[in-house]
Write a protein that binds this ligand. Sequence first.
Ligand code: HEM
Length: 461
Amino acid sequence: DGEPRPIPHRVPILGHAMSFARDRRTLVAQSIVQSKNEPFTLLIAGTKHYVFNKSAEFTEVFKNSKTLDSVGFLRLVMRNLFGINATDAEAFVAGSVKPILHDVNSMYLLRNENNAVTAVAYFDEVRQAVERFDKTLAQSDTKRITKDVLLIIAHFQSEPTTNAYFGKLVLDVDPKILDALNVVNKYGFWSLLFGVPRFLAPKPYRARDRIVHALRILVDAINARDGVASPYIESRVRQLLAHGLCRDTVAKDVLSVFSGVHSNSMPTAYCTLVELMEHSELIPVFRSELQEAGYMVTLPEDQVSIFPDKVPRMRSFLHEVLRTHNNGTAFREVLKDTTLLAAGRTWQLKKGAVVDLPNSLLCATETIHPEPNKFVANRFLDKSLGGWGENFTKTVKPFGGGVSFCPGRVFAEKQILAFLAALIEHYDLEVVTTPYKTPRNSDVDEVLWSPAIEIEIRKRT
Ligand code: HEM
């Protein structure tokens, strides 16, 4: 076996670049049919992209992290998207800072007892958000409030998350910081990433400066006293300062975490809520699951035992949303010629090429997910509970994998499930926008550009 077979193109050098930029999902889906479900190569702007679409191939690519790595892309992210200077960015991507971050992420985001500390703080923040909203609702004439889905998520998920991770100081310093993040994600993600100069894209640059300014104040406060933010953020900031990084770089690192906790969770929560509105017959099912789990009588500090283990139906629903609204493609650069053994075949990958792992296609593969185009809320529910018994940890990769496997995945599940639980347990919800369109992908820019969807909220009696 040699390199994956090329998909013919008409335009020299540019190759498939235009169709890739326009609609990556369709291009890749058509190429899979053309290549009879085998890996294939697309020429895109002079670079070979090897596309794999089987679970076993994903796993092998993730395993070969020494020669298949995303270091160039990460460099771009740290320098251009977060604005870290070139020397420090190198230390983050390939130098002495990398192991510090790996350890602090594993210690606080993945170790259960530490993860639980921030999760409990978050559950309590969600409770307070419900209390505040109840007051506003009680004061309204009609006892009903209509709100854009984005604002519902801001109130019940993003603000509580900000307080739980970064402490109250951040929203006190800049109550509009989440709007600024939306500006960066809506107008600036690609232009910042590809280094479009400031005078051509002033809005996202200004919004980013504004976030960094608030986070710089947070870094100063953490440096001066204890108890300002979560143990995770405090430890991360202190270790980076002790390592000799300047406060500006550390504030920009906190920006990367700020973006990490919001920029994937917000659009996922968006698609989850809108899908639930489309499958509103599930609301009573989830309410009885929550009742059985004792949600309404359980204090925030004990809710870690509920989310996700005691709500398997809600959890299966969330993972079906992640499966059906996923457009994530993981990229790896081929740093050295590599021989890849996967799914019984051997592939030769050439230095300088890029490996694409289009998760959306894995999620739509018939042999992995029967009836892949159907939304099946019980797909990932155990068969003993009446579900289809598919295993999302083996077959869906919305959190990536390998060395950069999302360390926030444990919190992300709790975050979105607790958000949904608070909404459906406390309120009756009805979509008032007609007609409305659910975004196809839970990409942050796609969700932010989608036409607004409004929901009427009433207190449950
Ligand atoms: C539904 C929500 C989320 C999704 C779908 C998601 C997805 C991802 C993906 C696909 C990656 C890249 C993996 C790769 O390249 O292999 C990633 C990385 C990361 N995520 Fe998440 N994420 C979510 C929520 C979160 C949360 C809540 C946090 C923080 C608490 C977080 C923190 C991070 C960090 C720090 C990285 C970089 C890891 C590294 O490069 O070492 N994520 N996430």
